[in-house]
Design a protein around this ligand. Structure first.
Ligand code: PLP
Length: 393
């Protein structure tokens, strides 16, 4: 019998593929491309961390771990979170080791969302948020931040988006794609509203180690917030461990137990060698995290300064490894800009529009690349802008 229908779920059919991929696929077919497109460190994971994974394999540690992860790793995570961000979590009951921050986001969303619940998503943001909310059966209510405020969520915007159906607010600081950081005084204003409306915060703090101007403040560290926050963090960015696929959640016991149910059925546990590597990263890897951060800070300053010099407005991002300059002066949409820049000058950037409301008119440039690559990219972008000006005359 012929197949007469689509077996794909309607919710997945409706989902748009990630707009980032389109540019990567195009760039992959070209030679000599300078890529500011990728959202991952250009550093290789510290040797002693790689060695710890190798040693674990040599010792034959090849079985599953506890669902929530090795207790030795969870204990290290608890110590790290306490020392670095002044938040206290019980390793046995409040920490889950996940397959990247990606899976942490998924179990967080699914553990708290009932059908019809509204989750507020602050855009521009990481491309997975709204689709994950929808997959969990919720409704993503978006707030668009703007360049005028340096893409900082304004308390009155949050207040205006809250309805009787709002369950949670998803926050990501330092932010992908804008690099924007919310400092303690900004977070206090947001936390006041969250407490007033009795909401939950899902805080994606995967870039917490990459805060350049002030130490990162976790929203969970503010008064009365720990009990209403799911903290998401991991090893991908700060520790340069994207391929290891290791993240974690920190949340009060009740929510952690709910997330663990999903995690144990859907994933069983995170990769065992990666967990041994992560213990080493937390015990002895902080020096390398610090030195990578110094390098990123230098590159951030170079990119912002260079963009200003070639006539692109660019706010100074407080964290992550992205700059988000405005390309509005060219009269092109961000998609046109990215496509023409790639075809004419072989520089890959990501159009701001793929990150949602507020992203149009901007491009995301990752500076997780060597200084020489960044200098070459700036030279080519400058030439592209000159040609644009010539065309406009
Ligand atoms: N959250 C944000 C804001 C990200 O930018 C990324 C990756 O780019 C992730 C989560 C996913 O991180 P992981 O590689 O640990 O799954």
């Amino acid at each position: 019998m012929n197949i007469t229908k689509s077996y794909v779920a309607k919710s997945v059919e409706r989902m748009r593929p990630s707009g980032i991929r389109k540019f990567f696929d195009l760039a992959a077919t070209m030679e000599g491309v300078v890529s500011l497109g990728v959202g991952e460190p250009d550093f290789v994971t510290t040797w002693s961390v790689r060695e710890a994974a190798i040693n674990s394999l040599e010792r034959g540690f090849t079985s599953y771990t506890a669902n929530a992860g090795l207790i030795a790793l969870r204990t290290e995570i608890a110590r790290y979170m306490s020392e670095r961000f002044h938040v206290e979590y019980a390793p046995k009951e409040e920490i889950i080791v996940t397959v990247g921050a990606s899976q942490a986001l998924d179990i967080a969303m699914r553990a708290v969302t009932d059908p019809g619940d509204e989750i507020i998503v602050v855009e521009p943001c990481f491309v997975s948020y709204a689709p994950l909310v929808e997959l969990a059966g919720g409704r993503a209510v978006t707030i668009g931040t703007t360049g005028e405020t340096g893409f900082k969520l304004q308390p009155e915007q949050l207040e205006a988006a809250i309805t009787a159906k709002t369950k949670a607010v998803l926050l990501c600081y330092p932010n992908n794609p804008t690099g924007t950081q919310l400092e303690r005084e900004d977070l206090e204003l947001i936390a006041d509203i969250v407490r007033k409306h009795d909401l939950l915060v899902i805080a994606d703090e995967i870039y917490a180690e990459l805060a350049y101007d002030q130490p990162h403040t976790s929203i969970a560290a503010l008064d009365g917030m720990r009990e209403r926050t799911i903290l998401i963090n991991g090893f991908s960015k700060g520790f340069a461990m994207t391929g290891w696929r290791l993240g974690f959640t920190c949340a009060p016991k009740e929510i952690s137990s709910a997330m663990l149910k999903i995690h144990q059925y859907a994933m069983m546990c995170a990769s065992t060698p990666a967990q041994y590597a992560a213990i080493e990263a937390l015990q002895h890897g902080m020096g390398d995290v610090e030195s990578m951060k110094k390098d990123y800070r230098r590159r951030r300053n170079y990119m912002v300064q260079s963009f200003k010099e070639i006539g692109l407005d660019c706010h100074l991002p407080g964290g992550a490894f992205y700059v988000f300059p405005s390309i509005q002066s060219t009269g092109l949409t961000s998609e046109q800009f990215a496509e023409q820049l790639l075809l004419e000058e072989k520089v890959a950037v990501v159009p701001g529009s793929v990150f949602g409301e507020g992203g149009e008119g901007y491009i995301r440039c990752s500076y997780a690349s060597s200084m020489s690559q960044l200098q070459e990219a700036v030279k080519r972008i400058s030439r592209f802008l000159d040609k644009q000006k010539g065309r406009a005359i």
